[in-house]
Design a protein. Structure first.
Length: 353
């Protein structure tokens, strides 16, 4: 199989950058796109806000405490979607194999081009010229490495991991930088003495699967710079959600409802960012003893408004009988996308007299 050439393009602080572009008074100032107040969540923070510790998915009250001069700007998703379409039009001039991950990032397979790095440089320049925004790009032989590379010199960065550099690069990479290894998994790896790609490469695949489940197969490959996933233009996302582990276990329903509001806003932001539509809303609760329950509701049509998501989420939580148990984690997911089941047929049976 010929070696792939993959580009990952990631817009820099996309929502915040659009707002600063359109409003000169916001340029050079710390801003957060999102809703201020006790139930708000930061969707995107400008680079001026990030040194204060402000980042996406952070509760607005926390962001305000970290950065008192922070300016909150309500999101304008229709504008972001329009700009995203401009950017995707640029991508498609270079390849038909474009896999959008969200409004502000995508994978491109440019294996047919002589130089992927040159193409990435041109794409960045085109985006800046046509939208007034900057993007960072990563170039390598697979999706995992290209995504890591795009984050390497942000903002407005371009970083290439050439085939002959893969082994050395991966060996020195902290495990937190690998695709799919979040904070919890990284802590578990650290406890096992796995801190870098070189450490991870010493482990047998079966042992990794024993400790990390099916993801262990991917981790084994990642430690060797292997990722066989193809760029899929029509990739169907099955669900999208968010969850949070509470600072302390609680059975206080007002506290749980407040936490749910923050999660709900984050989920709505993600639905907009990823242009995802789903008909089923799932509430997840994990109790102090780690027992987990889910409650769900399927609507006649996809969730089309933040108010609908709020109403259904609150109904699901209100219907749960805690039986005096304390909750340690709460999450919300939207799934059952009409697009994912476009060919499905609803069977109807006539039980008439």
């Amino acid at each position: 199989m010929p070696q792939r050439k993959i580009i990952h393009v990631d817009m820099d602080a996309f929502y915040a950058s659009v707002e600063q572009r359109d409003n000169p008074a916001l340029r050079g100032r710390p801003i957060a796109v999102g809703h201020d107040g006790p139930r708000g969540v930061v969707s995107t923070a400008s680079y001026e806000a990030r040194p204060f510790g402000v980042h996406s998915a952070l509760p607005s009250v926390t962001a305000r405490r970290l950065c008192p001069q922070l300016i909150f700007v309500p999101p304008r998703f229709e504008i972001y979607k329009a700009v995203s379409q401009q950017i995707r039009a640029v991508f498609r001039e270079y390849t038909e194999l474009v896999e959008p991950l969200s409004l502000d990032e995508a994978f491109l397979d440019v294996s047919h081009l002589r130089s992927a790095t040159l193409a990435a440089r041109e794409i960045k320049a085109r985006i800046r010229r046509e939208t007034g925004l900057t993007a960072s790009a990563g170039v390598s032989v697979n999706k995992m490495l290209a995504k890591i590379a795009s984050d390497y010199r942000k903002p407005d960065g371009l970083f290439t991991i050439a085939p002959e550099q893969v082994s050395g690069f991966v060996a020195g990479l902290p495990v937190e930088r690998f695709f799919g290894i979040g904070e919890v998994t990284a802590r578990k790896m650290h406890a096992l003495g796995i801190r870098t790609g070189a450490d991870l490469g010493l482990w047998d695949e079966a042992v990794l699967v024993h400790h990390f489940g099916k993801a262990g197969h991917a981790y084994y490959g990642y430690a060797r710079g292997i990722d066989d996933r193809a760029v899929t233009p029509n990739r169907i996302r099955k669900s999208l959600g968010a969850e949070t582990t509470l600072p302390e276990d609680t059975d206080d329903r007002k506290r749980l409802m407040l936490e749910l509001e923050g999660i709900r806003e984050e989920v709505w932001n993600r639905l907009q960012r990823h242009e995802f539509r789903g008909k089923t809303v799932v509430l997840k609760l994990k109790y102090a003893d780690f027992r987990q329950i889910t409650r769900s509701k399927t609507l006649p049509a996809a969730v089309e408004s933040a108010d609908t998501l709020r109403r259904v989420a609150e109904e699901l939580l209100a219907a749960v009988d805690l039986h005096g148990r304390r909750v340690r984690l709460i999450g919300l997911t939207v799934g059952n996308s009409p697009e994912a089941c476009a060919d499905c047929v609803q069977l109807r049976f006539d039980f008439g007299e």
